[in-house]
Design a binder for this molecule. Structure first.
Ligand code: OGA
Ligand code: NI
Length: 327
């Protein structure tokens, strides 16, 4: 393992692929690098200079904020529901992003989920390595992002993926013990919330409440549990590069670290600051497609920070991805 870190932090004469391989072989992720007490970030994590130069021209004003939608009364009160649907329509058409509060998932369930992810990442590295894999057919896998070998810059984060939508149902015993119970519990709740949101989004499109549900848009879900360690040189690195989400929609839980997630709105990066007990919801590419572009799948990213770890759990609702389906 020492060999791997030497290649990464040594005289930097090796090429990028060699460095990526060395990093991959440590199976210890970005947290492993941080724990090895390096003094600067390895080259594979440094963004290209033209990208960094462009960054300086971004003004980060605080003029805009992603809409916050209060879901209380959504089931019992028809007037409230109409109002919520209207807010959701607005947010989905313009931002493609909103936060929800009073969504019905108990705060203790959210806290335990975050805590489980933290414990998984902060346990003995040998335990963690058992889950390190690039095999997409595995319901549970750990690595530093699916695009490590293809992206221009490696992301400053580690990700544990747990799939509740694979061809074979997930067996709780496959999940790492530190986050097994918390994930099973959160999964139950997030599935209910996912269906509630799908009903509201259907209504916001002028359709019957169960329209998107009948299209199986919330059949199965995937968790991507991200751990963004504090970064020595955050201005050079990126937590998660700019992207849009591929599925129908995403529910994102984040811990209370002030800055990280940003959404591209009117050509500016706008921070989505965590609100206590809030969840971020965003429209994915598939929902943009099936809504004929009415709802927007918007680009977002996560910046690196001196403060950390930042922990987030993205729950992707992508429909039945393992079978061909015509929409
Ligand atoms: C994602 C994502 C944001 C975050 O997993 O697609 O955008 O805050 N995550 O980790
Ligand atoms: Ni995303």
């Amino acid at each position: 393992m020492q060999g791997g870190f030497d290649v990464l932090t040594g005289d930097q004469s090796c090429d990028r692929m060699e460095m990526l391989k060395a990093f991959d072989e440590t199976k210890a992720g970005v947290k492993g690098l941080v724990d090895s007490r390096l003094l600067k970030i390895p080259k594979i994590f440094v963004r290209p200079s033209e990208e960094l130069a462009q960054e300086l021209t971004h003004e980060n004003t605080h003029k805009f904020q992603v809409p916050v939608i209060d879901l209380s009364g959504v089931v019992q009160d028809a007037d409230r529901r109409r109002q919520i649907v209207e807010e959701m329509r607005n947010a989905s058409e313009t931002w493609g992003f909103f936060q929800v509060v009073n969504h019905g998932i108990p705060p203790s369930v959210l806290d335990r989920m975050i805590d489980g992810v933290r414990k998984f990442n902060e346990q003995d590295v040998e335990e963690k390595k058992k889950y390190y894999s690039w095999d997409k057919t595995r319901n549970v896998r750990f690595n530093s992002g699916f695009d490590l070998f293809t992206s221009r810059t490696a992301n400053w984060k580690d990700t544990l993926t747990m799939s509740f939508s694979g061809p074979d149902p997930i067996d709780p015993q496959e999940m790492p013990p530190p986050c097994r119970d918390s994930t099973m519990e959160y999964s139950k709740h997030v599935e209910i919330l996912g269906n509630t949101l799908l009903g509201l989004l259907s209504e916001a499109l002028g359709l019957k409440t169960d329209h998107l549900k009948n299209m199986e848009c919330a059949k199965g879900h995937n968790f991507h549990c991200h751990y963004y360690p504090a970064c020595l040189e955050p201005e050079l690195a990126i937590g998660a590069a700019k992207h849009s989400d591929a599925g129908f929609f995403t529910i994102l839980l984040q811990n209370q670290i002030a800055s990280g997630l940003q959404v591209l709105y009117r050509d500016q990066w706008i921070d989505i600051n965590p609100i206590p007990e809030g969840l971020v919801v965003n429209i994915g590419d598939l929902l943009q497609l099936v809504s004929n572009g009415k709802f927007k799948s918007i680009k977002h990213r996560v910046i690196a920070s001196h403060v950390g770890p930042r922990i987030s759990v993205a729950c992707f609702f992508s429909g039945p991805v393992y079978e061909a389906k015509i929409y």
